[in-house]
Design a protein around this ligand. Sequence first.
Ligand SMILES: *[C@@H]1O[C@H](CO)[C@@H](O)[C@H](O)[C@H]1NC(C)=O
Ligand SMILES: *[C@@H]1O[C@H](CO)[C@@H](O)[C@H](O)[C@H]1NC(C)=O
Length: 243
Amino acid sequence: MASTIALLCLLAGLLVASPAVADFGVYYQIGFLWPGAYCAQTSRGCCMPATGVVPASDFYISSFTVYNATTNAPLTRCKQDPFDLNEIIEINDLKKYWSNIKCPSNNGQSSWKNAWKTAGVCSGLEEKDFFEAALALRKRFNPLARLTANGATKGIKTVIRKDIGVTPVIQCSKGPFDKFQLYQIYVCATSEEETFIDCPAPPKYNCSSEILFHPFKKWMLKKQQPKSEDASPFELPGIAMDQ
Ligand SMILES: *[C@@H]1O[C@H](CO)[C@@H](O)[C@H](O)[C@H]1NC(C)=O
Ligand SMILES: *[C@@H]1O[C@H](CO)[C@@H](O)[C@H](O)[C@H]1NC(C)=O
């Protein structure tokens, strides 16, 4: 009897975790970049964006892509729908949370334009709604707050699964001392209701079971000449955490 109940619970869990992704024909995948890793791993370092808005001390949206829910193939350049900067330029959260910290400093506009022209036009959303959907998902997913509130050592996937019921995809990069570090987190969402789901065709990345979470401090963002400030990425210890 007890095992029947356990089985039913397990099945119910599966049903809840897999809403009908095929309803609208597409689903979304959103990627979050951890700036501490990016700043540490690139030889040019990272630069303060030239948007006039200081980016958040948080994960940044790095991609928002659209997939065919039947084939799991990424959908790109579905139609010609020109990017209009004016529709989104007033959205301050875009500058705070969809920041481009590549050097030399840039205003992020080419990232947004590229996101719209490749994936946005396949999303079934108007331009402004596409960017606002990404920002709304970020706010709900809120990876940094979840990780810090739950104690990083419990494991990133475990913490997020417990909170929102889906397992994110973790991408590592090579950090200090050639150790794997947390670089990007991906999660998927249905296009309708924007419910989080396990990514149906998760990308596969190579990580160790324990990875570094490299600190991120605003001073790492260089103002101008990447060479003038030589910040050492080793100055602050990273905390070890399970994936
Ligand atoms: C998804 O792929 C299937 C099979 O190729 C196709 O029939 C369908 O139109 C595609 N849907 C979208 C939204 O692209
Ligand atoms: C994955 O990482 C391990 C440990 O560093 C390494 O030995 C292996 O070659 C890597 N595999 C790939 C496909 O990069």
